[in-house]
Design a protein around this ligand. Sequence first.
Ligand SMILES: Cc1cc2nc3c(=O)[nH]c(=O)nc-3n(C[C@H](O)[C@H](O)[C@H](O)COP(=O)(O)OP(=O)(O)OC[C@H]3O[C@@H](n4cnc5c(N)ncnc54)[C@H](O)[C@@H]3O)c2cc1C
Length: 366
Amino acid sequence: MSSDFDIAIIGAGIAGASLAAEIGEEARVLLLEAEDMPGYHSTGRSAAFWEECYGGPDIVPLTRASGPYLEANGFLSPRGALYLAREEDELAIEGFFARFADSGAEFTKIGRRELEVIVPGLKPHWDRAIRQVRCADIDVAGLHAHFLARAKATGVALVCRARVASLVRHSDWYIKTAGCQEYTATTIVNAAGAWADDIAKMAGVAAKGIQPYRRTVAQLRVDPTPPSDLPLCLDISGNFYFRPEGDKLWLSPHDETPCMACDAAPEELDVALAIDRLEEATNWKIEAVERKWAWLRSFSADRLPIYGRDPALPEFFWFAGQGGFGIQTSPAAARLGAQLILGKSWDEVTDRLQPAIYSPDRFDRE
Ligand SMILES: Cc1cc2nc3c(=O)[nH]c(=O)nc-3n(C[C@H](O)[C@H](O)[C@H](O)COP(=O)(O)OP(=O)(O)OC[C@H]3O[C@@H](n4cnc5c(N)ncnc54)[C@H](O)[C@@H]3O)c2cc1C
């Protein structure tokens, strides 16, 4: 008996949706989502920026390869970024230049005079920064909807309220959801975000040690109102970042607390820590915390994503571990994922990537 589908993708966040859009024309694809609607988990909670160096030098090629697609389809708005630093951070600045020297990312060092014009109210001891003019805001909801629409146009079947509860493989995969729907497919794609290792275990595949970490963001009303052209400002030592959102400020303490896959909630202490750090960096008066949220960023042990067929069971394909860069890398990652799963050659989007560093078999090589 033939399968209902060639490929069943578990998870309709940005990872599953973008991959479905890329492969829908060439395979019969089922996209299964546990929640009432796609995008409820990490994809719907991001800080929405495209920043060339975010995630480290091995992520830069994925981010840069994604830029033209995001730009051409209108999902980027110019923002710029500053890695703020003090005298004692000079070594960190040197390290940044050394790490990203050959990455193709564009950045320059600026001093206090330029900095105080760009970030009015920044306290004097923040007297230097690395500036990245190409950083941009991403329209995440628009991008996710775009991938889902592309997937739908190619005939991908999206089923929500379909939490995969059992995966059994004979010659094909038998998939059962918590609501007792049943499907068959030749290949499973694991795009389940924080639940990726749980899906692997369910399939009888060795987990890859994907760990979810909580990240908190607060929306503040501050006086004075942040300039609308304020760049994304990140502490070079990784203790906070902030950026304007309309006339509000989004602020994160850059926290990374390991936790179980869940509906994460912000801790008061993390919000307080973020505010304390903002007050240490600027003269702005915080008038209100209007909103706060926390969600999960899920990393493998080497903090690189996992894209490819499982070495022990090729009918199980990994598309997980997108950490804090899953939105900004989604177009190129999905193209690479499609080429890997369909056995196609690289193209102009992927020919500068090194798929081996993202391959699931790297854990067996160590
Ligand atoms: C606070 C915060 C800020 C961030 N900022 C940025 C940023 O500025 N730029 C950037 O690029 N990235 C950012 N990220 C990271 C980005 O959000 C993630 O990398 C990305 O959303 C991961 O996408 P995903 O599809 O893998 O996961 P998810 O969006 O979590 O999707 C996984 C889906 O799998 C589903 N699922 C799980 N188990 C099952 C099951 N058994 N059956 C069916 N479905 C299942 C879930 O319901 C979920 O919808 C941020 C993340 C956080 C938390």
